[in-house]
Design a protein around this ligand. Structure first.
Ligand code: UDP
Length: 329
C-alpha cells in the first residue's frame, strides 16, 4: 500500500479524499495551512494510525519538501479556491497556485512519484459551447477582471504538469473539477449550494444572482474522490487531463427552487445583481457542462448521483452542524 501526500487534506474535497484513501488501506500525510480548510473536517480521523496531519503551507518549501519525502503519490489539492476569495485576493491566488505546484512536480520527478493535480472547469473560461471536452479551447476573459486569475493560474499548473510528465515520465493525472458539492463545503467563499441551504434553513430569502438562468452541473464529492483515486491507479490515465463532475445541467433558479422545496415552508427567492454580490468588474460563466466521455471510457464510470440526493446529504449535514452549535450555545 502506498503513502499518499494530500495537500489541502483538511479542505472540503481533500478531507473526503483522505477518508477514502484511508478506507482503501493507504497511509496518508496531510499538509494543510488551515486557511480555508478546517481541522474539524478531519476530526473523526485524527487518531487514525495511518494518518499524519501537518499544519503548514505549501508555500513553505521546507514543510512541503519534508512532507513529500515521505510519500509515493501526491494528491495536490491545496490552492486558493472559490470565486469570491479569488476575486478578492488575486496576488495570493497566483502565488499559492503556481510556485508550489512547480516545486511539487520537481520533487516528484526526482523521486519518480505519481502526482494528481486538482484543476478546475474555470480553465475553460466562458467558452460558449453546450458542453466542454478536455480538448476544447480555453476562453478566459481579460486580465483586468480578477476572476480569470484563478482559471489562468490552474491552466499554467496544467501546462507544467504535462510538461514534467513528458520530460521526466513520472505518472501525472490532471482532474478538472466541475462544481463539486457535499457535506463540509462552506459558503464563505461564494459556493452556491451551502449558501442556498443555509439561507433556506434560516427561513430565507435565497439569494440568486442575476436572472438565475446560468447553468451548472453539481457532483457529489464522494463520487468525485472515487474518480480521482481510480484515475491515479490506472496507468492508461497517466499524462492526461480529465473532466470530473456530473453532466446533469440545472439552472441556478432551479437549484434555488429545489433547495426551497426540500426545506419547505414557503421560502422566498430573491434576485441580486452580480455587481452587488461581487463588485463591478465581475463576469460570470453562463453555462458550464462537462463532456464526460473521456472519463467514462477510461474509468468505466462517472459521478451520477441526482441533485435531490446530493441536497438531502448536504441538508442532513447542515442540520447536524446547526444542532451541535445550538446545543453548545
Ligand atoms: N450564485 C448565486 N448565489 C450565491 C452564490 C452563487 O446565485 O449566493 C451563482 C453564481 O453567480 C454562479 C453559480 O451560482 O452563477 C455557481 O456559483 P459558485 O460560486 O458555487 O460556482 P462557480 O461560479 O465557480 O460555478
Amino acid at each position: 500500500m502506498a503513502t499518499c501526500l494530500v495537500t489541502g487534506g483538511a479542505g472540503f474535497i481533500g478531507s473526503h479524499l483522505t477518508e477514502q484513501l484511508l478506507a482503501d488501506g493507504e497511509s496518508v500525510v496531510v499538509l494543510d495551512d488551515l486557511s480555508t480548510g478546517q481541522a474539524d473536517n478531519l476530526a473523526a480521523l485524527k487518531d487514525h494510525p495511518r494518518l499524519s496531519i501537518r499544519v503548514g503551507s505549501i508555500t513553505d518549501q521546507v514543510a512541503l519538501g519534508e512532507a513529500l519525502a515521505e510519500a509515493d503519490v501526491v494528491y495536490h489539492l491545496a490552492a486558493a479556491v472559490g470565486v469570491k476569495l479569488v476575486a478578492d485576493n488575486p496576488v495570493h491566488t497566483i502565488e499559492t497556485n503556481i510556485y508550489p505546484t512547480e516545486q511539487i512536480l520537481r520533487l516528484a520527478a526526482q523521486g519518480k512519484k505519481a502526482v494528481f493535480l486538482a484543476s478546475t472547469s474555470e480553465v475553460f473560461g466562458k467558452n460558449p459551447k453546450e458542453s466542454w471536452t478536455e480538448e476544447d479551447d480555453l476562453l478566459l476573459g481579460p486580465t483586468s477582471k480578477p476572476r480569470w486569475a484563478y482559471g489562468c493560474s490552474k491552466a499554467i499548473d496544467e501546462f507544467l504538469a504535462l510538461a514534467y510528465h513528458r520530460r521526466f515520465g513520472m505518472p501525472v493525472v490532471i482532474g478538472r473539477f466541475f462544481n463539486v458539492v457535499g457535506p463540509r463545503q462552506v459558503g464563505h467563499y461564494g459556493m452556491v449550494v451551502p449558501r442556498f441551504v443555509d439561507q433556506a434553513l434560516d427561513g430565507g430569502p435565497i439569494e440568486v444572482y442575476d436572472d438565475g438562468q446560468q447553468v451548472r452541473c453539481f457532483a457529489h464529492v464522494r463520487e468525485v474522490v472515487r474518480s480521482v483515486i481510480g484515475l491515479v491507479r490506472l496507468p492508461a490515465a497517466h499524462g492526461q487531463v480529465f473532466n470530473i463532475g456530473s453532466d446533469s445541467p440545472v439552472s441556478i433558479q432551479q437549484l434555488a427552487e429545489a433547495v426551497a422545496a426540500k426545506v419547505g415552508g414557503n421560502i422566498a427567492i430573491r434576485h441580486k445583481p452580480y455587481s452587488e454580490a461581487y463588485g463591478d468588474d465581475f463576469e460570470d460563466v453562463r453555462r458550464r457542462v462537462p463532456n464526460l466521455s473521456k472519463l467514462r471510457s477510461t474509468l468505466g464510470t462517472a459521478p451520477s448521483l441526482p441533485l435531490g440526493s446530493i441536497l438531502d446529504d448536504v441538508l442532513a449535514w447542515r442540520r447536524e452542524v446547526r444542532a451541535r452549535r445550538d446545543a453548545s450555545a
